[in-house]
Design a protein around this ligand. Structure first.
Ligand code: XMP
Length: 325
């Protein structure tokens, strides 16, 4: 039997009972595979790596070493959530690396999107490698591979996955979710006690806000983007819009003229993008009520220094991709 093929007989995990049975089965399998050895995991805080972490913590406790690299391009509060949930609540063996300066220094002046992606991806591998070398006696590498990654090795995630790990890291893999679909991973995550917001988190690209701070990233514009994005998310939560598949702010690298307190006030525009899709290959636009748009505009222009306009992207995919770069 090919371990990378989901057997026809495998039931879809849709209830807490089925999730608990899966968890019990995987705990036994992980303990059997790992024994008393140590396992390393890159924990981004995304759904898949978070569920793998929670499962492994349950199976092998502190034999799991989670490494969270904050590249400085996370959304507001995300690294803090990882520390709170895994470091504090689950008492995991968590190594937190704040690599913000390292990334932003490397990215300074780089405007070409694929070059930005490459730098972000390569630096991640370097940092992860450095950390792996510091840890003694690691024998396994855990990964949040899920079934669609195996099915569509040319799919969105594999294609885009800049957070990929070094192939030369010659370690046996632990991939407990590799036969699960995303909806099943979420049911398992909730059964493991992860917060709903983490388990139902919208997809977030590996390069993070780096591809939404358009052109060459600067710290002030990145901060403005992060704050505006947090307001957008808060208002989507408050107004029953958080079912939307992906929604975010992009901030271009040019300013327009505005006026504030009777004085000229130049600022960047914040562009709202909110799309629905099944597989990210095509996408339609969410029709955000005007009252909500007005509130978001009002808050962003008043609360975020540096932003003086709010624009709405109405472009479906195709012709626009979901991200701006
Ligand atoms: P596009 O912009 O190609 O995006 O329509 C489709 C989906 O992929 C995500 N995306 C990325 N994910 N690394 C990632 O991990 C990337 O470099 C990347 N670029 C786009 C995007 O957010 C959307 O969900």
């Amino acid at each position: 039997m090919n371990p990378n093929v989901r057997p026809d007989s495998m039931e879809r995990i849709s209830t807490p009972e089925l999730a608990n049975a899966f968890i019990a089965e995987q705990i036994a399998a992980i303990r059997e595979q790992v024994g008393d050895k140590k396992v390393l995991l890159a924990l981004s805080g995304g759904v898949d790596s978070s569920v793998v972490a929670a499962l492994l913590i349950k199976a092998i406790g502190k034999q799991l070493v989670c490494v969270h690299v904050n590249h400085g391009l996370m959304r507001k509060g995300e690294s803090e959530d990882v520390i709170r949930v895994f470091g504090e609540q689950m008492d995991a063996n968590l190594v937190y690396i704040d690599a913000t300066d390292r990334y932003l220094d490397l990215l300074a002046g780089v405007s070409e999107p694929e070059r930005k992606r490459k730098i972000i991806g390569e630096e991640f591998i370097k940092i992860f490698d450095e950390e792996a070398a510091k840890q003694e006696g690691i024998s396994f590498l855990a990964q949040g591979t899920i079934y669609p990654d195996i099915l569509e090795s040319k799919g969105v995630k594999a294609h885009h996955n800049v957070g990929g790990l070094p192939e030369e890291m010659d370690m046996e893999l632990v991939e407990p979710l590799k036969l699960l679909f995303k909806d099943e991973v979420r049911v398992v995550g909730e059964a493991l006690g992860l917060p709903h917001s983490m388990v139902y988190r919208q997809p977030f690209p590996g390069p993070g806000l780096g591809v939404r701070c358009l052109g060459a990233i600067t710290r002030d514009r990145l901060n403005a983007l992060r704050e505006a994005d947090a307001i957008l998310r808060e208002e989507f939560d408050n107004n029953g819009l958080n079912h939307v598949w992906q929604y975010f702010i992009a901030v271009p690298d040019f300013k327009s003229v505005g006026v504030k307190d009777g004085k000229r006030y130049e600022g960047w525009p914040a562009i709202i993008r909110a799309v629905n899709t099944v597989d990210a290959m095509t996408a339609t636009i969410e029709e955000i009520p005007y009252a909500v748009l007005h509130r978001i505009t009002d808050r962003i222009t008043h609360e975020v220094p540096g932003i003086n306009r709010v624009c709405l992207d109405l472009t479906p995919k195709p012709i626009g991709t979901i991200e701006w770069e």
